[in-house]
Design a protein around this ligand. Structure first.
Ligand SMILES: [Fe+2]
Length: 331
């Protein structure tokens, strides 16, 4: 400690002023989580049945996954919940907010989402999954659309088809054929998102009211050939890097939403959040409470519900745990 004797006169008890120890550190298939609360549930219980979806990325191939490239840090003026909400469930904004970006890079169908939303056919070709302890998944179901926003998806589709039988052995047919290779937006409540396909991994760090710092990495399967890993890093920077086409569209909108929501007149108005309310159900073969398609406010409602449950609870004992429509194999 600098000048401990000269400036503090040797009077400071350093044992009482150290860093706060992290009470729990646990890992799940390569991801390491820390928690300051000794009373928090175990990581496995906290994740619950979202693990079934998470394994489609973390455990599909025997080599597991890695982050590649540099840590990409940006901060921007928005409430930290907005970018999480944007990615956890909002397929509605895509065709308009990212019209130009989609025209530039989209080469395959992605659950009916198209530039300008001029053609709404096929919007039911995906699902919005929630009811999993506040964790959420958006999923296309075609086994390849994760690479829909790559200028040349062929090397990726070839890799998927060459290896799909291995994934069937590891995860079973439903996940291997419908989810592996599909665009998946996985949100681990509250501030971690993994997007297999677009292949990024992101943590949001709230920096005070109306400010967030986001850390993003490209993510690959270790079994992928090196040239594919390089193309993934390039495409992640092109789409969702600090100067990425899609991230810049979103950043402008989310900053504007934050600013607009602060307005005195805006605060007098009700926010309509009922899109697809009452239109979710059990879907055979998949855990969670599931709404059809990626265009819905189903997941966003669960996100804010979980936030309310946690901020309204006096202790972890008061926080409900729910894994709706659990598969028998997960019981
Ligand atoms: Fe977006």
């Amino acid at each position: 400690m600098p000048l401990e004797k000269e400036a503090y006169f040797g009077e400071i008890d350093r044992s009482k002023h150290g860093l706060v120890p992290v009470a729990q550190v646990q890992s799940y298939k390569g991801l390491i989580f820390g928690n300051f609360d000794p009373d928090a549930p175990s990581l496995v219980d906290y994740l619950g049945d979202v693990k079934w979806y998470l394994d489609v990325w973390l455990d599909a191939m025997p080599g597991g996954t890695s982050l590649v490239g540099e840590t990409q840090k940006i901060d921007f003026p928005t409430n930290w919940k907005f970018p999480v909400e944007n990615v956890c469930g909002d397929g509605y904004h895509l065709g308009w907010a990212h019209h130009a970006a989609m025209q530039a890079v989209q080469t395959m169908d992605l659950a009916g989402l198209r530039a300008g939303n001029a053609d709404a056919s096929g919007l039911d070709m995906g699902m919005s999954v929630a009811g999993l302890n506040g964790h959420m998944v958006l999923a296309a179901l075609d086994g390849q659309s994760g690479y829909a926003f790559y200028p040349n998806p062929k090397p990726f589709v070839d890799y998927l088809e060459a290896n799909r039988s291995k994934v069937v052995e590891r995860l079973g047919a439903v996940r291997a054929q419908k989810l592996w290779g599909s665009q998946l937006n996985i949100t681990i409540f509250p501030n971690l998102q993994l997007l297999p396909g677009l292949n990024w991994f992101r943590v949001y760090h709230p920096k005070g009211p109306g400010k967030v710092e986001q850390w993003t990495w490209a993510m690959t399967e270790n079994d992928m050939p090196n040239d594919i890993k390089g193309m993934i890093l390039d495409n992640q920077c092109l789409t969702f890097g600090p100067a990425g086409l899609f991230d810049n569209d979103d950043g402008d909108n989310l900053a504007a939403c934050t600013e607009q929501s602060r307005g005195w007149r805006t605060a007098q108005m009700d926010l309509y959040t009922h899109m697809a309310l009452g239109h979710s159900a059990r879907r055979e073969g998949f855990p969670g409470d599931i709404a059809t398609g990626l265009v819905s406010e189903h997941n966003q409602r669960y996100f804010y519900r979980r936030w309310q449950e946690l901020t309204g609870a006096a202790s972890w004992k008061d926080v409900p745990s729910y894994n709706l429509n659990r598969l028998a194999s997960e019981g």
